[in-house]
Design a protein around this ligand. Structure first.
Ligand code: C2E
Ligand code: MG
Ligand code: MG
Ligand code: MG
Length: 284
């Protein structure tokens, strides 16, 4: 009986694995063609200061619209792009596109904001990453101080020495660093202290439960004084309700980003949106 069940399980896993491999392969095949077919574009989500109510920056997020008009989530295609190495070229395109958007936003009259671009572990650790960033800045004529790179907490914590060196080079150039999805990894506090990062982004998971009385809500409460103590700004991701915004502000959270304020928008839409430039006071 146990043996039969074991064999059945093996078969079941086999079928499951095959299905997921097939799915991965077809996604990969489609993604490989996506840049050439013009199916990729960037969307930009505003970030706000909870102190001043002003826009402080934007996060650039990659979008893939397939031939039939459907959108595939980055949570599905970024891992495919990573495992195939395509993320290196696609990531460079994303960076350059986001930096070009900085120019357009400035020409539209917006000043003093940063553009945050997500970087995956494979890009970050690829040889020549820092040079690539420098070239992208030179090519687009955007100063390093307008760029922020977002690396996840797990990337920041992996391969300590190499990571610290790359971060130090970026820092020396004047590029900002944000630690993304903070709270989901296993940060050592002493290591976190050594990171030359400017911003901690509290993961949405710890924002959505605020005010619920759940234990995970306490994570946000714990991170805020921590960030302050190590001299980093703390930004809350995924703020969806005014109750969450109110609680975060009361806890001393510096900045926020989320559907409550604005969703990620393609550049054309964003350029229209900033004309009205809603202040946060109106949203609260
Ligand atoms: P992330 O960097 O943590 O980005 C935040 C995600 O939260 C985005 O999902 C954003 O659309 C979503 N979000 C923002 N506000 C809210 C909210 O109020 N409620 C909810 N439910 N969601 C909100 P998105 O765009 O689907 O991206 C998912 C992840 O894919 C990103 O997480 C990032 O890790 C990755 N990603 C996206 N674009 C890129 C890229 O250009 N390069 C790389 N390497 N990764 C990217
Ligand atoms: Mg991010
Ligand atoms: Mg995040
Ligand atoms: Mg994420």
């Amino acid at each position: 009986r146990a043996k039969a069940q074991g064999a059945g399980q093996l078969l079941w896993y086999g079928a499951e694995l095959e299905a997921s491999t097939r799915e991965h392969m077809s996604l990969l095949q489609a993604f490989t063609e996506a840049p050439r077919l013009g199916q990729l574009y960037m969307a930009y989500q505003p970030q706000w200061s909870l102190h001043s109510g002003e826009i402080i920056g934007f996060e650039a997020l990659m979008r893939w619209r397939t031939a039939d008009g459907r959108h595939v989530s980055p949570d599905a295609f970024i891992p495919v792009a990573e495992s195939s190495g395509l993320i290196i070229e696609t990531g460079r395109w994303a960076l350059i596109t986001a930096l070009q958007a900085v120019g357009q936003l400035r020409r539209a009259g917006l000043q003093g904001f940063h553009m945050a671009v997500n970087v995956s572990v494979m890009q970050f650790q690829a040889p020549g990453f820092v040079d690539m960033v420098q070239q992208a800045l030179a090519q687009t004529g955007v100063g390093a101080e307008a760029l922020e790179l977002e690396i996840t907490e797990s990337v920041a914590m992996a391969g300590a020495q190499q990571v610290l060196q790359i971060l130090a080079s970026l820092k020396a150039m004047g590029v900002g660093i944000a630690i993304d999805d903070f709270g989901t990894g296993y940060s050592s506090l002493s290591y976190l202290h050594q990171l030359p990062a400017d911003r901690l982004k509290i993961d949405r998971a710890f924002v959505s439960c605020l005010g619920s009385g759940e234990r995970s809500a306490q994570i946000a409460e714990m991170v805020l004084p921590l960030g302050r103590q190590i001299g980093m700004k703390v930004l809350a991701e995924g703020v969806e309700t005014s109750e969450q915004a109110r609680l975060l502000a009361a806890l001393g959270c510096d900045e926020a980003q989320g559907y409550l304020f604005a969703k990620p928008m393609p550049l054309s839409e964003l350029l229209e949106w900033i004309k009205v430039r809603p202040s946060m006071e109106k949203l609260r």
